[in-house]
Design a protein around this ligand. Structure first.
Ligand SMILES: O=C(O)CCC(=O)C(=O)O
Ligand SMILES: [Fe+2]
Length: 430
């Protein structure tokens, strides 16, 4: 057991939290005037453990299969987290974002801008522990207005709450690290585990396979443990000129490099998913106290492309909500990093029957190779500083680094529109 004296001391000295004021959700009839996507909604209170719960789990797995194989996104309700739990984490985020800039720069996740980053040494602002300041990325020569803070290793108390682990974070939040780890541990053990088990049912592999093999937590071994990182993210309002230049895109269209991603449902209508078939951008609607979960690249590859790591972005809020504060809590869930991410790993009767095999052009790679190499491209000027939402298309290990591939599978009008705007897909050496 690690000595946690420093942590205990910080708990005693912590300042009280200020309540985070969530913006009001948009009335349904107004939200309905915007293009929205009707996501599958899964009621997690229907999940029952054990043999007697199998029929219920099979029913949920059926709904989940529709979600994973179409948009790759779903709402998850009755997740067992009270509104106060979400609010407490948001309040901690608010506290973090309010510390002076001079202090923030001592706790950076990487460099001050993405272009200065040496990613052979650093995970960068996207994946490293600490602050990603505003103006880190660029889009059509406009710098971003997003600030976020990443936490890593919260599934490993002996690392997270050790003196060294505590000192990684600004003084203001050190006494609140247990709240952070409680939240993300709950998501890992109660949400991710259940999604893994339901996915086993879909894939017709023994229940427990995904969880036990790739998501379990091994003490003091983050590399071979499931986990990833948690993010507290605050969007600020860009200037009107910047809004024009970026076409109101606050966070460029991308697919997540994770296995799955767990977001909080947000009252601000801003998150958009790009329709897999038509390319149309559609808003994700809000369900209070619920989660929004999406497939990341890792799960798409493991399923041979049956599950979809969809392109999504954050758009400037709709007219009725302009000026409101968007705050987001995210868990980017990574598997054991040595997992070989193609369907041969799991040999799923379902995928075999449907014909989802490893495409020849895919090199045999681990999740670590994917995550690391995709991570190196994030925010790179050569790839991202382009007009419009789509980055320059890069191939990594025979796979498009952002999963815009649905453009290739889409109906001819979408392909024509894509090529008209951006030309044919290109490849650059990395
Ligand atoms: O803010 C959101 O809702 C989504 C953010 C996101 O897609 C990301 O950070 O990868
Ligand atoms: Fe994302």
């Amino acid at each position: 057991m690690t000595n946690r004296n420093l942590f205990e001391k910080e708990v005693k000295e912590r300042a009280p939290l200020q309540e985070f004021k969530e913006p009001n959700p948009l009335p349904e009839e107004i939200a309905a005037q915007y293009p929205t996507i009707d996501l599958v909604s899964i009621d997690l209170s229907q999940y029952e453990e054990g043999n007697s719960g199998l029929e219920k789990r099979k029913a949920l797995a059926k709904q989940l299969e529709t979600a994973l194989s179409t948009s790759g996104f779903f709402h998850l309700s009755n997740v067992g987290l009270a509104p106060e739990v979400f609010n407490r984490v948001r309040s901690i985020g608010q506290l973090l974002m309010s510390i002076p800039d001079e202090e923030k720069v001592q706790y950076l996740a990487g460099a001050l801008t993405s272009d200065e980053e040496d990613r052979s040494k650093s995970l960068g602002g996207e994946r490293g522990s600490g602050f990603k300041p505003k103006k880190y990325w660029s889009n059509n020569n406009v710098r971003d207005s997003i600030e976020h803070y990443n936490f890593r290793d919260f599934l490993h108390d002996d690392i997270f709450l050790s003196d060294e682990g505590v000192l990684k974070h600004p003084k203001a939040v050190r006494g609140y690290l247990r709240d952070i780890s409680d939240y993300f541990n709950y998501l890992h053990y109660e949400i991710v585990r259940k999604i893994c088990n339901l996915s086993d049912i879909i894939l017709e592999i023994p229940e427990g396979t995904l969880w036990n093999n790739y998501m379990r937590v091994i003490d003091n071994d983050p590399f071979h443990s499931g986990g990833g990182f948690g993010r507290l993210m605050r969007y600020y309002n860009p200037s009107p000129e910047d809004e024009v230049k970026t076409n109101q895109s606050w966070l460029r269209g991308h697919s997540d490099g994770s296995f799955i991603t767990v977001l909080t449902s947000n009252p601000i209508l801003s998150l958009q998913i790009r329709d897999y078939e038509t390319g149309e951008w559609k808003f994700v609607t809000h369900k209070p106290d619920s989660l929004v979960v999406n497939v990341g690249d890792g799960f798409e590859f493991l399923s041979g492309g049956y599950f979809k790591s969809s392109i999504h972005r954050v758009h400037s809020p709709v007219e009725e909500q302009k000026g409101e504060t968007r705050f987001q809590i995210i868990y980017f869930v990574d598997p054991d990093r040595s997992l070989v991410i193609d369907p041969e790993t799991i040999n799923s009767p379902k995928l075999n029957r449907l014909g989802y095999h490893k495409p020849k052009e895919w090199e045999k790679i681990t999740f670590d190779q994917w995550n690391d190499n995709k991570g190196r491209l994030f925010g790179k000027n050569a790839v991202n500083n382009v007009k419009g939402d789509e980055p320059v298309v890069v191939k990594l290990f025979g796979r498009l680094h952002e999963r815009w591939h649905q453009v290739d599978n889409a109906q001819p009008p979408a392909i024509a529109e894509h090529e008209r705007l951006y030309g044919p897909p290109t490849s650059i050496n990395v």
